[in-house]
Design a binder for this molecule. Structure first.
Ligand code: MN
Length: 248
């Protein structure tokens, strides 16, 4: 690509991002960087900055914004309940859902290899770009929280509160399971690696969750954490089902 084409290609994406956010970047380089995956830098342009530092910052920005929403909505909630809710909302799968609402999968810049493996559809990647976008707005606003907070609230607050009300947010099954096992057995679940199969970028992990001698469950996923969460979910469901039976 020559420079004119490249600039047009980039400015089109930046324009789309600005349109989705309803925000105009003072520093367009920040917007571009928020959309740039490291695979794109390696393949096309070594002078570009990828989104990783903005993602790091955006993670904290979103945590703060979401904390404020929760504290105002649930003024009487306990710290433990608030932090459970917050971690569900800033979880990979939920933030990826928000990212899709503003079509970030259509504008993220990836290498050909990543595109052919549908990298833009992966929750982990979409969550990272989403964080980076809010990190970029924060830096672009001279580290002032109001602009990213206003954008986030305008676009997502109502939706998030509706999801909470309808119990439509991912649960953190590892913490839920731990709460139950501590209460019932005075122990915490242990996790054990079982296997990792498949080619490097498409590995499927299997993990075992050990509650006690009697109760062991397994789960598979694209990361150890995802596999652990699935195993924890199964153990959690077994334990809470038993509880229902006891009540009858
Ligand atoms: Mn991240």
């Amino acid at each position: 690509m020559n420079d004119t084409l490249k600039n047009r290609f980039f400015s089109e994406r930046i324009r789309k991002l600005e349109e989705k956010l309803g925000y105009t970047f003072k520093d367009k380089k920040l917007a571009l960087s928020a959309l740039t995956h490291k695979s794109f830098v390696a393949e096309y342009d070594k002078d570009l900055e990828d989104y990783e530092v903005l993602e790091f910052l955006g993670d904290a920005v979103l945590s703060l914004i979401v904390s404020e929403i929760l504290i105002k909505k649930f003024p009487h909630a306990k710290e433990g309940e608030l932090s459970q809710l917050r971690s569900a909302i800033i979880s990979e799968s939920f933030l990826a859902r928000l990212a899709r609402k503003i079509d970030l999968q259509e504008i993220v810049l990836l290498s050909k290899g990543e595109i052919s493996q549908k990298g833009m559809e992966r929750d982990s990647l979409l969550c990272d770009v989403f964080e980076a976008v809010f990190g970029a707005v924060y830096v672009d606003s001279n580290y002032f929280i109001d602009p990213p907070r206003q954008i986030f609230n305008r676009l997502f607050k109502e939706y998030i509160l509706k999801c909470i009300e309808e119990d439509d947010i991912p649960r953190d099954y590892k913490s839920l399971l731990q709460i139950i096992t501590q209460r019932r057995f005075g122990t915490v679940p242990k996790y054990r690696f079982i296997s990792a199969k498949g080619p490097e970028h498409e590995k499927i992990f299997e993990m075992e969750c050990i509650v006690d001698k009697e109760l062991k469950t397994r789960g598979k996923g694209r990361s150890k954490k995802e596999a652990e969460t699935k195993a924890a979910k199964e153990a959690y469901e077994i334990l809470t089902e038993e509880k229902k039976d006891e009540n009858i």
